[in-house]
Design a protein around this ligand. Structure first.
Ligand code: GDG
Length: 464
């Protein structure tokens, strides 16, 4: 496909780090799903990726110039944000208002929501940065809830632009979305795009219903007529770099680490890996582990549940609260059931290196992914991609977007602690041939629908 691609996301796909002892700043590529999936289209199209590089206040002028040079070499365009802008646009509006609403958590909304003006001006800054590099023939792809206004603001600056927008988190039912005073303004922002992508049919349906009620426009099939333009909606479930996970899973260091993880135990290993976020359902998952030990005492002093909880958004109060809740539960459950030589829960409050992450996927007898709401959930797909041995059982929440595709998992209602505990038990006693049968079907899906295909399908639809 011709034309350059301009990718727009809150964060650039790199981390800038400065050592405490001075020296040269280092710009390293991030390994996140988006960074991986868009690397090839970004490099091939010779376009730009625009976003915030993270706080660079620790750098002196020479350091900044050096970072700038390294960013330019990667065709990355820096959108600068002040600490005050980050605190209002990112911490407050994006993460304390839009995130809870899109994850059905109206109870987490602040009593007064202020800062939409800053959200708008930051989105406008991104739009200005796009307009500064845009050339006729370019395609623009804007990502996620931090930039819901950006498509319309780009359209104001470049009426003829070809703009795609992808929402990585759920679009909630209108009943919930309408709690936002700025609902019409947000939806109109997204409608600045030519193509709006969602992970699931359900999110698309909620969005279509919201547009219908707010703007009195009916969708014809997957299309709206908006301000004289055609706006299309599409479902593009994001995948993972399945080939890379499979290769790493078979590498010597990962195999050795996985074998060590298995050997260390007294019996089957259950694993949970999430950002420590209230949407991920960690507290109820811990209660389900407890329930498993109550209902099936034969697992006591045998199973181990390892929960990696990566610190996340610690500047936001709700996140400090969920951390406290998780830590209290871990303490209580371990205190209740542990013996001097065994404890049911291994809780790790820190990110782990990618090799250990994949070793955990490979060593897990049961992977427990039970978010109470999740746009997609890549962890579930990464686990499947890593299981080249066709073994391991996935327990998956019906409220993760991934459940629409991964129907051979044991699907649970994460609010139902008893059901989740029973699914863990079923997974633990599942016969090897059934495990293999399910995993093969899951792997076929995850391998063919990988992240490269996701990006290619979206860009193909945008180009139409
Ligand atoms: C949002 C939506 C949607 C996790 N712990 C470690 C680690 N990770 C990596 C995983 C995975 C990523 O972080 C998490 O991705 P998820 O998709 O599970 O969740 P969110 O961060 O909430 O992502 C979500 C996604 O956007 C994409 O559209 O699926 O629904 O909420 O890639 O591997 N990586 C390493 N160490 C860890 O400890 N190295």
């Amino acid at each position: 496909m011709s034309g350059r691609l301009l990718i727009v996301s809150n964060r650039l796909p790199v981390t800038v780090s400065v050592s405490e002892h001075g020296g040269h700043p280092e710009v390293r590529a991030s390994v996140g799903g988006l960074a991986t999936g868009l690397r090839a289209p970004h490099e091939q199209s010779k376009g730009f990726w625009l976003g915030w590089p993270g706080q660079m206040s620790a750098l002196d002028d020479a350091g900044r110039a050096e970072v700038q040079q390294q960013l330019e070499a990667r065709r990355l365009v820096r959108v600068e944000l002040t600490p005050e802008e980050v605190s209002v646009y990112y911490d407050r509006i994006a993460n304390s208002v839009l995130w809870p609403v899109c994850h059905d958590r109206l109870d987490q909304l602040p009593l007064r929501v202020e800062g939409w003006d800053v959200y708008e001006s930051v989105n406008a800054r991104f739009a200005d940065a796009v307009a500064a590099v845009w050339q006729p023939g370019d395609r623009i792809w804007v990502h996620d809830y931090h930039l819901m206004r950006a498509p319309a603001l780009i359209r104001e600056r470049i009426p003829s632009a070809r703009i795609g927008f992808f929402l990585h988190i759920p679009f909630p039912t209108p009943e919930i979305f309408f709690a936002l005073a700025r609902r019409r303004w947000l939806v109109s922002g997204m409608l600045g795009a030519d193509l709006i992508g969602f992970h699931t049919r359900r999110h698309r349906g909620h969005f279509a219903a919201a547009v219908h009620r707010l703007l009195d426009t009916n969708a014809h099939g997957n299309e709206f007529e908006h301000l004289g333009r055609r706006v299309r909606m599409g479902v593009f479930p994001m995948g993972v770099d399945a080939g890379d996970f499979a290769r790493r899973a078979e590498s010597e260091p990962v195999r050795t680490e996985a074998a060590r993880l298995r050997r260390n135990g007294t019996g089957p290993l259950l694993v949970g890996i999430d950002r420590l976020d209230y949407s991920k359902g960690i507290p109820r998952r811990l209660l389900a582990v407890e329930q498993l030990l109550i209902k099936h005492p034969e697992w006591r002093e045998r199973i181990r549940f390892t929960q990696i909880a990566v610190p996340s958004r610690e500047g936001v109060r709700a996140y400090r609260k969920v951390r406290e809740e998780v830590e209290t539960l871990v303490g209580r459950i371990n205190g209740m059931y542990a013996v001097p030589t065994w404890a049911p829960i291994h809780y790790v409050h820190r990110g782990v290196p990618r090799s250990l992450l994949i070793a955990l996927y490979c060593a897990a007898d049961v992977m427990v992914v039970t978010p109470v709401r999740d746009g997609m959930n890549l962890v579930a797909k990464e686990f499947v991609a890593a299981r080249t041995d066709d073994d391991g059982v996935l327990v998956l929440s019906e409220f993760a977007g991934a459940a629409e595709e991964l129907s051979e998992a044991l699907i649970v209602n994460p609010y139902d602690v008893d059901e989740t505990a029973e699914a863990m038990h079923t997974a633990l006693i599942m016969a090897p041939d059934e495990r293999a049968h399910r995993m093969r079907a899951l792997r076929a899906r995850v391998t063919t629908h990988d992240v490269a295909r996701w990006a290619a399908e979206f860009l193909h639809a945008l180009g139409e």
